[in-house]
Design a protein around this ligand. Structure first.
Ligand code: UDP
Ligand code: MG
Length: 317
């Protein structure tokens, strides 16, 4: 199968038939073999019955239904698990992404060797104040922290080599950072294509203002995980050791001072340095432990390294 088209959706009943017909037209014009996977992320409108009708009358249409709203990332993840096409396309269900872009995205992955091609809504049809401006800041921060040079991380329209989506785990609200996840899994050939964008035709956006807070928190997580995820000890262990040594040194000084030098001076517990020493030692120990536990956790996941063995080597093994 050439293509799997994965479409996460939440309450998009008005758009689905139109979107389906449009995709089918593009597929037939280009002679692709394909499947369309609708993932209903807990819709409370008629979306599921529309999907049901579509999949009963079309062998190419498949539907997955969540019991409740789990979020776009989980919907994408479920779609990725089920997809079987050589190239996997993701797109939004609200008709903001244009299916006419699919053939070129497909060609970029198949013929130009890209692992992932991300759409770039260069001309956006969304609210300037609430989406376009914050999104610029957000993309800048994502570029800075991840080193992935994309203009539009969060574009719903993307194309992947099958291997990529079978490898990465999209959890939480990480759908905004799939290119970063792909890069840290070793798929570094990431491209971008300017895509047509339309204003939302029906319904309204499913992400409120919390998109920004959640988006930035996830960004911090990604930055942290990619920087220290493999060696938690390098951060926590080092910090912990430094803090502990400072505290211990101070406590030692107070003790020596009281026992041998200034015997009749103030009580140790009356001196502010005592509390600094105490806090430093406690915090140092905790940081060190955090690093150690993190190290144990990553150890159980170290075997996820991706590699291929050449035929030549396989024969020798
Ligand atoms: N969506 C989803 N689960 C959610 C929220 C959104 O599957 O919890 C889908 C939504 O139906 C649409 C896509 O994700 O197909 C993008 O959402 P939306 O258009 O609301 O985002 P925006 O275009 O405003 O960024
Ligand atoms: Mg939208």
């Amino acid at each position: 199968m050439n293509l799997s088209i994965v479409i996460p959706l939440l309450n998009e009943e008005e758009s689905l038939v139109e979107l389906h017909d449009w995709i089918v037209r593009v597929m037939q014009d280009n002679g692709f073999s394909y499947e369309i996977l609708f993932i209903d992320d807990g819709s409370t409108d008629a979306s599921w019955s529309v999907i049901d009708t579509l999949s009963n009358s079309n062998t190419n249409v498949k539907g997955i239904r969540f019991q409740r709203n789990f979020g776009k990332s989980q919907a994408l993840h479920a779609g990725f698990k089920a997809a079987s096409g050589e190239v996997v396309i993701t797109m939004d269900a609200d008709l903001q992404d244009n299916p006419e872009e699919i053939p070129e995205l497909y060609a970029m992955v198949l013929n130009e060797g890209y692992d992932l091609v991300s759409g770039w809504k260069k001309k956006r049809y969304d609210s300037v104040l609430f989406k376009n401006m914050p999104s610029k800041l957000f993309n800048w921060a994502a570029r800075r922290t991840s080193g992935v040079r994309l203009n539009d991380f969060n574009c719903g329209l993307k194309a992947y080599r099958k291997e990529v989506i079978k490898t990465i785990e999209v959890s939480g609200e990480m759908h905004r950072y799939i290119p970063v996840l792909a890069k840290s899994a070793g798929f570094s050939n990431i491209g971008e294509k300017v895509v047509q964008h339309q204003a939302r035709k029906y319904g309204k956006t499913k992400f409120g203002m919390e998109r920004f807070t959640n988006g930035f928190l996830d960004l911090i997580t990604i930055w942290f995980v990619s920087k220290f995820g493999k060696q938690p000890m390098h951060l926590f262990g080092a910090l912990g050791a430094i803090m502990f040594i400072i505290g211990f040194g101070l406590a030692l000084y107070l003790g020596i001072d009281k026992l041998f030098i200034n015997k009749t001076g103030r009580l140790i517990t009356d001196r502010p340095q005592f509390y600094i020493a105490l806090t430093s030692m406690v915090m140092g120990t905790q940081l060190f432990l955090a690093g150690f536990l993190g190290e144990l956790l990553t150890r159980s996941r170290k075997n996820q390294t991706r590699y291929t063995i050449s035929d030549e080597t396989t024969n020798k093994l």
